[in-house]
Design a protein around this ligand. Structure first.
Ligand SMILES: CC(C)(COP(=O)(O)OP(=O)(O)OC[C@H]1O[C@@H](n2cnc3c(N)ncnc32)[C@H](O)[C@@H]1OP(=O)(O)O)[C@@H](O)C(=O)NCCC(=O)NCCS
Length: 168
């Protein structure tokens, strides 16, 4: 199946939110609090995405198949500790039914290319320590483990592996 990658705009907010909610419910079912996932509504996620797209100034890539958003990646300079001033990837998600098609790899390549253009020497991101499939995906993209820290979601904290991909 062929896909295209382009910059995301506020018109993609509902599509991005759909990918976020579907992917979190699938990939994080055994990792984060099930009650939080049950209450994580598409409506709320869409509102949050609209606000973020309008205000955060991030580099946001979306992947589309037949005009439907099926994946996205968000990166920006990280403004708060830790990893201040690194090129930081805040999100990388591909709809479960579209995983394994090369979309994640294309989104991370575009994210790295932007970081390189902006003069950064590494891309940093966090992945839940229990998220083994994604850790394997990142290892295949050349990621190295940097540090394990807690990351908070919905009032609970989860061990998270922060990793880097060196940008040459
Ligand atoms: C992780 C994720 C973004 C990867 O995207 P994807 O489109 O499924 O991955 P791709 O098809 O681009 O795969 C690229 C390569 O990684 C490999 N790969 C992907 N997932 C893998 C896995 N779970 N285990 C081993 N290899 C994997 C592919 O085989 C492919 O290898 P190749 O380059 O040798 O052909 C996607 O699966 C996803 O959204 N997962 C759930 C949510 C999540 O955990 N996101 C990350 C949050 S930190």
């Amino acid at each position: 199946m062929s896909f295209i990658i382009r910059l995301g705009t506020v018109d993609d907010a509902a599509g991005i939110a759909n990918v976020q909610v579907s992917t979190w419910r699938d990939a994080y079912a055994t990792i984060i609090d099930p009650e939080f996932l049950r209450n994580f509504s598409l409506e709320e996620a869409t509102k949050t995405q609209i606000e973020r797209i309008e205000t955060d100034g991030a580099y946001r890539l979306v992947a589309l198949i037949e005009s439907q958003v099926v994946g996205y990646a968000v990166s920006n300079v990280k403004k708060d500790e830790p990893f201040t001033n690194d090129w930081f990837m805040f999100a990388l998600y591909v709809l479960p039914k579209c995983q394994g098609l090369g979309i994640g790899k294309a989104l991370i390549s575009g994210t790295i290319a932007k970081g390189r253009k902006r003069g950064f020497s590494r891309l940093v991101f966090g992945v839940f320590s229990e998220n083994e499939p994604s850790k394997e995906f990142y290892r295949r993209q050349g990621a190295q483990f940097v540090e394990r820290l807690d990351f908070g979601v919905g009032g609970k904290v989860y061990p998270t592996d922060y990793c880097q991909i060196l940008i040459h």
